[in-house]
Design a protein around this ligand. Structure first.
Ligand code: HAM
Length: 420
């Protein structure tokens, strides 16, 4: 009988890993509550129309990635913002409080090609602020994301852009289209298609040929209307006030259509192609567009839990790997007796050093050295001891060199400190 397995892109979270998820979620809840956010939970299934009207008909998500029950016109949510706004409008949450600060944590579904850090069922920690237009809120949200990531020990960089508003974006679109038209033939098929439906997406195409074509592309930052430009400057000033590091990225356009003004991404270099650990931005017209009250500005972001957990796992492996400088392998009682004070002297000398006291075999001690993440192993056999020689092995490169050993333990210890 064939073994039943989880679907491709769908993953069990088993003991051993689930603890990291709990850590990430607990830290997020802690930080979100410090910033005065309340939790909201929405259903996984929504009307397909909700996503088409918010994320945008011409986006990759809506065009090709949604899990939709076509006959029932319902879809498994590919992200949380649209559902959260639907719930906000449905429950009249704007009446209860002029500014709502809400977060939600849960699974999202996109039919993407699975790879490291990219799944078909993935989990987001999503935060949204509804009813606040002040650029300080943009900075506050980015600062909250940065604080959470820093507290988790994850190192990322924050990149930011402005996508303007319905007044200035069409002007930039035109400027960009002129630029793209001159390079049309050199673009990939996707970009050729996008250049009519959504030319801004050409700016963030991953295809190296397209990337090369757009390096000199005009920047939307130079084409913002006065209102958007002031907002963009004020966000940056507020970030500086809070001491949050960021850089500007004119190529960041995001894959969802609802954004206006500020967009941002938390980027890592440690996950290969899946560089965004979190992303978000402002979407000032969206509440109204979904049938809600007028003039309710909004901004939010979502962090991908799988990517965070991967980063934490990698870091833990790194930490384990680098736990010690040297493992001294003593083979037989005499060699162990010799190694014992040598290890002590090396530790006095500042080296993180370990040895085995159970008389284990060479193979087993080398295994221990590997597990301890030793950078070097010093192998002392009985014969070598008699000949006044030991072997120093670089555990990574596997290179070996002979080291003269004798009765001057501290002298050998000093020599090893120099070599390691
Ligand atoms: P997004 O950029 O599509 O934005 O996704 C946000 C984050 O979710 C990504 O940065 C990534 O960490 C994670 N993510 C997305 N797709 C996958 C996947 N297939 N596998 C694993 N992780 C993934 C949004 O979803 C917006 N709703 C964010 C937002 C909130 N904007 C305003 N408010």
């Amino acid at each position: 009988m064939t073994k039943l397995k989880a679907l491709n892109g769908f993953k069990d979270i088993v003991p051993g890993e689930v603890e990291l998820w709990q850590r990430v979620e607990a830290k997020a809840r802690d930080i979100f509550s410090r910033f005065n956010f309340s939790e909201i939970r929405m259903p996984i299934l929504e009307k397909t129309e909700l996503f088409a009207r918010s994320i945008g008909e011409a986006t990759d998500i809506v065009e090709k990635e949604m899990y939709t029950f076509v006959d029932k016109q319902i879809t498994m949510r590919p992200e949380a913002t649209a559902s959260l706004l639907r719930a906000y409008i449905q429950h009249g949450l704007h009446v209860q409080k002029p500014v709502q600060r809400l977060f939600t944590i849960g699974p999202m579904f996109r039919h993407e090609r699975p790879q490291k850090g990219r799944l078909r069922q993935f989990h987001q920690m999503d935060v949204e602020v509804l009813g606040a237009a002040n650029p300080r809120v943009d900075a506050e949200l980015m600062a909250m994301g940065a604080m959470l990531l820093q507290d988790l020990g994850v190192s990322v960089s924050l990149e930011m852009n402005s996508l303007g508003c319905p007044d200035c974006r069409p002007v930039f679109r035109k400027v960009l289209l002129d630029f793209i038209e001159e390079r049309y033939e050199a673009l990939c098929d996707d970009c050729k298609r996008r250049s009519t439906s959504n030319p801004l997406r050409v700016l963030d195409c991953k295809n190296p040929a397209c990337r090369e074509q757009v390096t000199e592309a005009p920047s939307i930052q130079d084409h913002l209307c006065d209102g958007c430009s002031e907002h963009f400057t004020a966000v940056q000033e507020s970030l500086q006030q809070l001491g949050v590091d960021y850089s500007l990225n004119k190529f960041m356009v995001r894959g969802l259509d609802y954004y206006s003004r500020t967009t941002f991404e938390f980027i890592t270099t440690d996950l290969g192609a899946q560089a965004a650990v979190g992303a978000g931005g402002r979407y000032d017209g969206l509440v109204e567009q979904l049938g809600g009250p007028k003039n309710v500005p909004g901004i939010g972001f979502a962090l991908g839990i799988e990517r965070l957990v991967l980063l934490l796992q990698q870091q833990e492996e790194e930490m384990e790997k680098n736990t010690i400088d040297l493992f001294v392998v003593g083979l037989g009682e005499k060699a162990s007796q010799y190694a014992f004070p040598l290890v002590h002297s090396l530790r006095k000398n500042g080296l993180q050093t370990a040895m085995d006291h159970e008389g284990r075999s060479l193979k087993s001690q080398m295994k221990q050295a590997n597990k301890a993440g030793a950078r070097y192993a010093l192998i002392i056999g009985e014969n070598e001891l008699e000949q006044g020689q030991a072997v120093l092995r670089n555990m990574e490169s596997q290179e070996q060199q002979d080291v003269a050993i004798g009765s001057d333990i501290d002298g050998i210890s000093n020599l090893l400190v120099e070599k390691i």
